[in-house]
Every structure is written in C-alpha cells, then in structure tokens.
Design a protein around this ligand. Structure first.
Ligand code: ADP
Length: 860
C-alpha cells in the first residue's frame, strides 16, 4: 500500500490553461483575526445534506466569540430537478421566513452563501455554477452566477433586503471556521458524501489571478483527480464498476475511491464477488446483496468500530446468514476499503502539504490518516481539527472579513475620491486657464492675472537656414554649463554640441553680483581655451532660469533670486548688462549677447528645429511651465500688431487667486503651508516633481492616522517631510515592479512594518496623485492648444508640443494620462508630443541663431 501511495502524487494545476483550477478569494490568513468585523451575519448553506439558514453573531471582544441560530428547510425533490428560478424563489422564501421569525426583516444584514457545487469563481460575490452534483439538476442555473440569481429572487419578493457579500464552497468554510480557532489552519478538508480540499496558496502561483503577493484560498475540486487517467493503474474492477453504474461515469474518479457516497458500495461489490467465488456466505448471494445501494457507508464504520452485534444484524438485514469466518472476512474487506480511502486521501493531502511546505514550509479522518500523513511528510507539523458546522459559520466568517474589508475599502476610496477629477471638473480647469490667459495678455487685467503671459521677444522659429557657431550659458538648473553649439544650414539633425559643467562656489552665489558674473566670465574664458578658441568673439544665448521681466530679447530685469542664489546688486538689474560688464572687465574677449532665454522657450526651439509644427514648449520637472507662439495682436503689453511672439506663460502660478480652490484638497493645503512660498505657485504644487511625493506622503499620513494603513502605526519616518521623493512614485508605479519590490522601497524609506496590502494601497495612492497631476497639466495644455486653434480660426489644428522635464520623461504613466486628457478636452486639436533634449543649452543657441539670421537679413 505504501508503495502505491508514494505513486499518488497530485500534480497541481494552477496554470491558466487548466479548466479545473478554481480559486476562491480569501484573505491573507493573518488578516482574519485582525479584520473580523463584529456584528450579525446571515449565512445560507446549500449543497450539504440539509439546506439551512443561519444567523451568526460575531463578537471581537478579544475572545472571538460566535453565537448561532439556524433553521433547516426542506428542498422539495421537484425543485432540485425543476426550474432554477423556482429553486431560488424557494431559497428566498426560506430566508424571508427565517428573518420573519427572528423579527429582523427590516435589517439589511450581510450574507455569506455556502454553495457547495462545482463553481467558477471570479469575485468574492460572484460564482458561476459549472455543473450541478449531489442530486441537484435545476434548469437554467449552470453557466450562471448564483449570487445574481439569489439577488434577483430577493428583489422580486421585495419584502426584505440583504447584502450578499461572499459566496464560498464548504471546504473554504471549513478552513475559515477552524482558522478562527487555530491560526495555523491553512487547509480545509471535506470527506463526507463527497471529498474536496482547499488550502492557502501563494498568489504568485495563481496565474488566473492578478498580483503575486500574499496568499489566496484555492478550492482544489480534487474529487476530479484521476479523470484524465492519472489513477488508472490504481483503479480496480470494483472502482470501474462503481463508476459505470454512477450518475456521472468517468468523472470524480478520486472521489469515488474515497468518499462516503461510494464506500459501502465498494464493500458490497467485493462481497458479491467473494460470494460468487465461494469465499464467503457459503457461496450464496441474496437479492439485497446484489442490489445497488443496499450497503451503506455507515455499515463500514460500524464494522470498523468493532460493533459486531450491529454488524451481524446488518448482514442479516441483507438476508445473509453470516458465519464467524464470514464476519471476519467482511470486517477485513471493510478495513481494506476504508484504509485505502484514508491512505489515498492522506497521499493527496501530503501533496498539498508538500506544496505548502515548499512554498514556505490537518485529529482524525481516522488515526490512520494522521499516521500516514506523518509517515509521508515527517517534516511537517500537522494538526487536524474537527470543524463544527463549517459551512454556516465559515460563510459568516468570510462575510465578516469581507464586510470589514469592504468598509475599510470604502473609507480609503472616500479619501482618494477627493483627488479624482471628473471630465466636467477638468473642463472647468481648462476653461479657467483660458480665461486667465486672456487676463494675462490684456493690459488692464495683466497686473491682477495669475498667469502672467510674459513676452519673450522670440518671434520666429528656426527655418533650417541658420548657420554658425554659438555660445550658450545655462544658469539656474542643477548645474552651470557653458556650451559651444555648431549649427549648420539644412542639417537640422546634426547640431554639434560641446559643453563643460562648472561649479558655482557658495561665495559666488552669495557674494556680490560682480563676483558672481566675474566667475561666470572666468568659466567662459576657460571653456574657450579648452575648445582651442581663446579670445573668439561669438554670439551668445543666455538661459537664465530665474524670474525676469523682459522688454527686449537681449535684456531681462531680474525680479528675484531663487534656488539659493543671493548675490547682491543684481535684483532689479538687467542681467545681460551685468554679464556684458563682466566681459568688459575681463578684457580678454568680446561676446555678442543676443538673447536672454527662458528654459520653456529653449525647449520649444529645440523641438521646433526638428519639427516645424512645434509651437509649444512644456516643462514638467522640478516645476512646471509652458510657452507658446501667440498672435502679436493679442499681446497688449507689446507694441506692434503683426506676426507672432513666444509667450512665457509662467502658468505655475495659476490658482493663486483661488481659481483651483474647489479642486484643492487638505493634502494640497498641507504641502503649500510647509513650502518656501505659501499661497504661491498653486497649480505647480499640484503637478510638478518638487511636490508630488509630498502630496503622497500626506495622503499616507491621513490613511495611517485613520488606521487604514501600516496597521495604524504612525512612524517618525512617515512624519518626516520630504522622505517621499517623486522618483519613488515612478519606481512604485513601474509596471515591471512586483509588489514585494514596492515593499522593499517602503522598507528602504524606513516604513518597515508594511504588509503586502499596504503596498497595494501605497501604489494606488501614487497612481491617483500622479494621474491627477497629469490630468491637470493636460487640462491646462488643452486650453493652450485650443486658444492657438481659435486664434487662427481653424476647425482643426495640427500642432506639436516640445516637452522636457524628468517627471514627464521618467514617470511610467504621466505622459499617457496627460496626452489622453488633451485628446479628450481639446478634440479639435491633433497634438503630437516630442521630447526635447537639452532645451536650455541647444535651445538657447538656436534662439541666438534665429535672432542672428533675422538681424543679418535686416542688415542686408
Ligand atoms: P529641472 O526641472 O530642475 O530642470 P528635472 O527636469 O531633472 O530638472 O526635474 C527634476 C525633478 O524631477 C525633481 O523634482 C525630482 O523630484 C523629479 N524626478 C527625479 N527623478 C524622477 C523620476 N524617476 N520620476 C519622476 N520624477 C523624478
């Protein structure tokens, strides 16, 4: 027998292509204790010997108490095999009767439905019946969701209402019930009329279910093991005979060797054969002995229990007159049949245990089962608990857990909903941005406008005829750089660039303006020498990323230093003059400072050099800003009504006068309050890289305070401003990243007590915050492109937007969300997005090149 058993190794069929791998949603085991919601739960139990309705009261006063009331109802034969609709009407009627008796018809209670038939389950509250068994054959139910059918029947009555939260199989109920008493219980085993098992499987092995963290309860439907021939070498003539005479030949072959429905029949067939071969009963059979179903499984148990008197009576009841030898032989047959069943069951269970043990590491079906399991897997610590009323209590347990999870889920979603914007709200943002743009352009409203719409004096895009060597300076980004850019006519894609990065020492940043600009000129001299061009006089473009008021291309009054610069004598001064003065002092070379450039304009120019349709520049990095080509006639701040000029929108300040107040959340307010410039750059603070991580951290703080995350434990790390950098949003949302990697990011952040559920939630928060940022940005951009289209009176506009910024470029979904929003909100604009490379270097040189071309043409 042992030899045979060692051959019975269940193969686990958890892959997509296996039709029987039916999973039941459960929850991570630890969660059960933590999450059981106290309260009253209804349970229905259909598919066992009786149909029952139960009321389970769960209390979580630390003692985990459950009280039950239940009522058994009959299911008439004609309903078991009649119309499915009538069957569910009957179930609803039983439920109504039960509630009526308890005086609870007016309460909407959560209900768990133990439906112990072969189902395909897709959700906790949806289960499609694959096939009826156990004598049921109601029409019109197979292939349909039994929860919907029950709901329909209840709605049709209209006299009570319930909330069907979960539908489970009886073995899941068994596991859940025992798990309530013993947290080590991870396997549910049913050996009754039929046999089946369930166990907690690692999510990563469940290809049919998304996600790879945590575990889920798998309903094995193991009774069908062997239906593909896997047990053929173990099946005897008796097994074949039983199968041939059954209601479902060729099916449930493993179950037919094990379960109560067939054990008595197996013994009977063996006794008939033995009698025919004159081995027992003096070679006589009786009409009862040769009649199907006359020997019950209880007979086997009686013999097994050595109740010989009962057993002799039973044999006599079959018309037999057993001798002592017959009794001994029959007892032996019963032992063999029962032992084989127990051992087969043990072997299958051993395979389950191996599976569980392999992943990380069940008192009696009989003592034999326990013993054999120990022999087969000596390295597993197995305890068997007898489940009391598993189907009913278990359904209530699943329902209680699901109910609490549902309440927590709803709580989280309420918080996140504040960060979700509808299409109408986004259209509102677009409309208000459009209004603010017009206010910024108009002379009389300009001062009050939040979107300043600053003229840049860049009036032409490159046309490809630009040529020459140009210097570019880039001050105000992460590094100070000097660049040599060689632009060649008609060679749009072959701009040659050389650059050198220089440090700006603290004393230069915070000393006098002269010292700062002398240092800059010193770097230029060093660069020219490095390039072998000492003393060369070249046209220069200056990307100066600080707020400036420009009244000419080559002039800009510094309004205010930012980003740590404090050099004295510069604010209120023209930075081009400051640079020229320093060049003059150096007396080494002369430079023709042609253009003072904003980085958005550089971005637009760089992309415009490759794509003539590019007339918008967008930056989504540390901050966010946009520039675009506006009609001169709309620009009241600049004289001359002809042609176009690039407008630096400075759109980050949109919302500073309350335009975004109805979309702003408490999280945005917290971020603003603790920022360096409260009340300013409202739009930018909802969109850009400097702030998104902080918004996420504030949402996580709120979740934790409300006990919805990190088990409610507020760590010092989470309270620390700035720990959640925006790059983590990109990492966490990366499609390639498994949840356990999200967990390790959280651990890296010092959020060490995170569970896999926490990881899922953190990921959702990141996703909602990034999506809102991208949509808000898209709504603003939709206003810009639609304005350009309306300026030109076009039914449809084809336009390209040049984009730069690490958030746009590296976040896995930001760009897609933004593109989608622009498409939805500006359907008459066909917008192409291209990424800009080095807009602040190459762009500054190109602006200079265009200005030189125009100047040269003017001189000719
Ligand atoms: P800047 O706008 O200062 O010129 P960048 O375009 O490089 O510079 O943007 C820097 C911003 O991008 C920082 O605020 C940072 O939070 C954010 N960032 C850095 N790495 C990533 C990333 N992988 N995903 C999203 N944002 C990032």
């Amino acid at each position: 027998m042992v030899k045979v058993l060692s051959v019975v190794v269940m193969k686990f069929s958890l892959t997509r292509d296996h039709p029987c791998s039916n999973q039941h949603y459960c929850c991570s085991w630890l969660s059960i204790l933590q999450l059981c919601k106290k309260g009253d739960f209804l349970a229905l139990d259909l598919g066992g010997t009786n149909f029952r309705v139960l009321l389970v009261k769960v209390s979580d006063n630390g003692k985990q108490k459950m009280e039950m009331e239940n009522q058994i109802y009959a299911i008439p034969e004609e309903l078991m095999r009649g119309s499915g609709a009538e069957l569910f009407d009957h179930i609803a009627e039983c439920l109504a009767n039960f509630l009526e008796k308890l005086g609870m018809k007016n309460q909407k209670l959560p209900l768990g439905f133990t439906f112990s038939f072969h189902c395909q389950q897709t959700k906790l509250d949806e289960s499609i019946l694959v096939s009826w068994t156990k004598g049921f054959n109601s029409h019109g139910v197979e292939g349909r969701d039994v929860v919907s059918l029950l709901r329909k029947a209840i709605i049709k009555r209209g006299d009570f209402d319930i909330d069907i939260v979960s539908v489970i199989n009886d073995n899941v109920g068994t596991m859940m019930t025992c798990g309530y008493d013993d947290h080590h219980c991870e396997i549910g085993l049913i050996v009754g009329t039929g046999t089946n098992a369930c166990y907690m499987e690692e999510m990563r092995h469940l290809e049919l279910v998304e996600g790879d963290e945590g575990r889920m309860c798998v309903n094995m439907e193991w009774g069908a093991f062997g239906d593909d021939g896997a047990l053929d070498d173990l099946r005897t003539d008796f097994d074949q005979e039983i199968d041939a005479g059954s209601l479902n030949p060729g099916k449930q072959l493993f179950e037919k060797m094990i379960s109560g429905m067939y054990m008595g029949e197996l013994v009977r067939l063996i006794l008939v054969k033995m009698a025919k071969e004159d081995l027992v009963f003096q070679g006589h059979t009786t009409p009862d002995l040769v009649t199907n179903g006359q020997l019950q499984t209880s007979f086997v148990s009686a013999i097994e229990n050595d109740k010989l008197v009962v057993f002799v009576c039973m044999l006599r009841g079959l018309g037999l007159d057993p001798s002592v030898d017959d009794c001994v032989a029959t007892q032996r047959v019963c032992q063999v049949v029962s032992t084989r069943a127990a051992h087969l069951c043990a072997a299958a269970l051993a395979a389950v245990l191996r599976q569980i043990r392999d992943n990380k590491a069940a008192e009696r079906f009989a003592r034999r089962l326990h013993k054999m399991v120990r022999r087969l897997v000596p390295d597993c610590d197995v305890r068997f608990l007898r489940s009391e009323d598993s189907s009913g209590k278990g359904a209530a347990m699943v329902t209680a857990v699901a109910f609490r999870l549902a309440i927590q889920h709803a709580g989280r979603q309420r918080i996140l909903d504040a960060l979700r914007l509808s299409q109408e709200q986004l259209l509102d943002v677009k409309r208000r941005m459009g209004e603010e743009m017009n206010r910024g352009l108009a002379k009389e409203s300009h001062d009050q406008a939040t979107v300043k719409m600053l003229p840049t004096f860049v009036r032409s895009m490159p046309d490809g005829t630009e040529s020459g060597d140009f210097l570019a300076l880039d001050l105000g980004g992460t590094n100070f750089r000097v660049l040599l850019v060689r632009v060649r006519r008609w060679k749009r894609r072959s701009v040659e660039m050389h650059n050198k990065i220089y440090a700006i020492p603290q004393e230069a940043m915070q000393g006098t303006g002269e010292e700062l600009f002398d240092h800059i000129v010193h770097c230029i001299a060093d660069f020219l020498e490095y390039m072998g061009m000492k003393g060369a006089s070249l046209p220069l473009g200056f990307t100066f990323s600080f707020p400036c008021h420009q009244s000419k291309l080559d002039q800009g009054i510094l309004l205010k230093w930012t980003k740590g610069f404090k050099a004295t004598g510069c604010e209120g001064e023209d930075v081009v003059t400051l640079l020229k003065d320093a060049i003059y002092r150096k007396e080494e070379f002369d430079l023709d400072v042609v253009a003072l450039v904003n980085d958005t304009v550089g971005t637009m120019m760089t992309c415009g050099y490759e794509d003539p349709l590019c007339e918008v520049g967008l930056i989504v990095g540390t901050g966010t800003n946009v520039c675009y080509m506006e009609e001169m006639q709309n620009m009241e701040l600049v004289d001359g009504g002809e042609g176009k000029m690039c407008v630096n929108m400075e759109w980050g300040a949109f919302g500073d006068h309350g335009e975004l107040d109805d979309f702003s959340t408490d999280f945005d307010k917290a971020v603003d309050e603790h920022s360096a410039n409260p009340g300013k750059q409202t739009y930018e603070k909802m969109i850009s890289g400097m702030y998104l991580g902080e918004i996420v951290r504030n949402v996580l703080l709120e979740f934790t305070t409300k006990g919805l995350l990190f088990r409610g434990k507020l760590s010092e790390r989470l309270k620390t401003r700035g720990i959640f950098e925006t790059k983590f949003l990109s990492q966490i949302e990366s499609d390639r990243l498994a949840l356990r990697q999200v967990r390790s990011i959280l651990q890296h952040l010092g959020l060490t007590s995170s569970t896999c559920d926490d990881s899922i939630l953190v990921k959702e928060v990141c996703s909602v915050v990034a999506c809102r940022a991208a949509q808000l940005c898209g709504a603003g951009l939709a206003a810009v492109v639609d304005k350009i289209r309306q300026n030109r009176n076009l039914p449809e506009l084809k336009i390209t937007v040049g984009v730069d910024g690490t958030l746009y470029k590296l976040h896995p979904h930001f760009s897609n969300f933004m593109h989608e929003t622009v498409r939805d909100l500006a359907p008459q604009c066909k917008v192409t997005f291209i990424q800009s490379e080095d807009g602040s270097g190459k762009g500054a040189a190109l602006i200079t090149a265009v200005a030189c071309r125009i100047r040269d043409a003017g001189q000719r």
